[in-house]
Design a protein. Structure first.
Length: 90
């Protein structure tokens, strides 16, 4: 296995061509105050797998693809429930 970082997140936007915005959420306890802290950040990821809004994806570090894109969607872990309902009806 390579030393590349892998993160799990939710796709929040898929309006660009072959690029999605993934929100990565992290919850941890503050070391001094012992309060639970919720952090989230958004990263742009190159997407050849055609992920849609609401999908849970695994992204992996890569070489810079463009000015803002440094991640690639490795796999779609879970499809959005909204999409599954639309497929059943249509």
């Amino acid at each position: 296995m390579t030393a590349r970082r892998r993160l799990q997140g939710i796709v929040t936007s898929d309006k660009m061509m072959k690029t999605v915005v993934v929100q990565i959420s992290r919850t941890y306890r503050h070391p001094v105050y012992q309060k639970v802290v919720h952090e989230s950040k958004k990263v742009m990821a190159h997407d050849e797998l055609d992920a849609k809004i609401g999908d849970e994806v695994m992204i992996v570090e890569s070489k810079p693809i463009s000015h803002k894109v440094r991640w690639v969607v490795q796999e779609i872990l879970k499809k959005s429930e909204i999409q599954e309902i639309g497929v059943e009806e249509g």
